[in-house]
Write a protein of this length. Structure first.
Length: 236
């Protein structure tokens, strides 16, 4: 159930028989030649495809996250850590007030890692039976094993994020590969220096791999996310 395609009565009916829901979160930031919304697109899509056969409600993606290091690239939007956590907290409070007790946060952006710790803190203050789990779909164990078996050299804005639904018809990615960038050397640098290091924004590796390989990775991601929705909730 996509919440954007449901009314309140349908959500209420769901809550009479189940207390699960899915909240995708992403980021709007530079992804070299790919869409600025890559992380939001992928988080929402993998959540929707994973939940579809289960009927579990999927809320619209929260598109903005933490991306201060890419602020020298126009179009990037970065929230403060305090803002992001406050918004996530308000969302969780709202969902809990309606009766959702098992909430899976499907994350599509590595920079959103502080949300994981916040969710643990939030759930510790709730009544017994409340569960919130943080699932970063793209580096979950099965997906990451599939990625590594496909190509060990891939990172931000490379082939790793180049799916049919994240590429742009009017801005094709270059052919070939880019030498890997030392990501560790980027840490603690101002955004302008990071742009000077990265150039187009990719951290290196091939810009594109065959779609059949990407779809195989995607299928693993959908299945692993679906398993996270179905299992692992303890005795809730």
């Amino acid at each position: 159930m996509l919440v954007r395609e449901a009314n309140w009565m349908q959500v209420e009916a769901w809550l009479r028989r189940d207390d699960r829901c899915v909240l995708p979160i992403g980021s709007i930031e530079q992804h070299a030649h790919l869409s600025l919304a890559v992380d939001a697109i992928l988080a929402e899509r993998v959540a929707a495809e994973a939940a579809e056969p289960l009927g579990v409600p999927v809320f619209p993606v929260m598109p903005y996250g933490l991306a201060p290091y890419f602020m020298a690239y126009p179009g990037t939007v970065s929230l403060r850590v305090t803002t992001l956590l406050a918004v996530v907290g308000d969302i969780l409070d709202s969902l809990h007030a309606h009766g959702f007790r098992r909430i899976l946060v499907v994350n599509g952006h590595g920079g959103n890692a502080p949300v994981d710790a916040f969710c643990r803190e939030w759930v510790a203050r709730q009544p017994p039976g409340t569960r919130v789990r943080f699932h970063t779909w793209f580096n979950a164990p099965r997906v990451w094993a599939k990625v590594q078996a496909t190509d060990a050299v891939g990172s931000h804005a490379s082939w790793l994020e180049n799916f049919p639904w994240t590429r742009l018809a009017a801005a094709a990615a270059p052919e070939g590969a880019k030498p890997p960038v030392d990501a560790e050397a980027m840490r603690q640098r101002p955004a302008g220096e990071i742009r000077a290091m990265l150039g187009d924004g990719s951290l290196g590796g091939r810009y594109r791999r065959p779609d059949e390989e990407m779809l195989a990775i995607w299928q693993v991601g959908v299945e692993e996310t679906r398993a996270a929705i179905e299992t692992g909730w303890g005795d809730a």
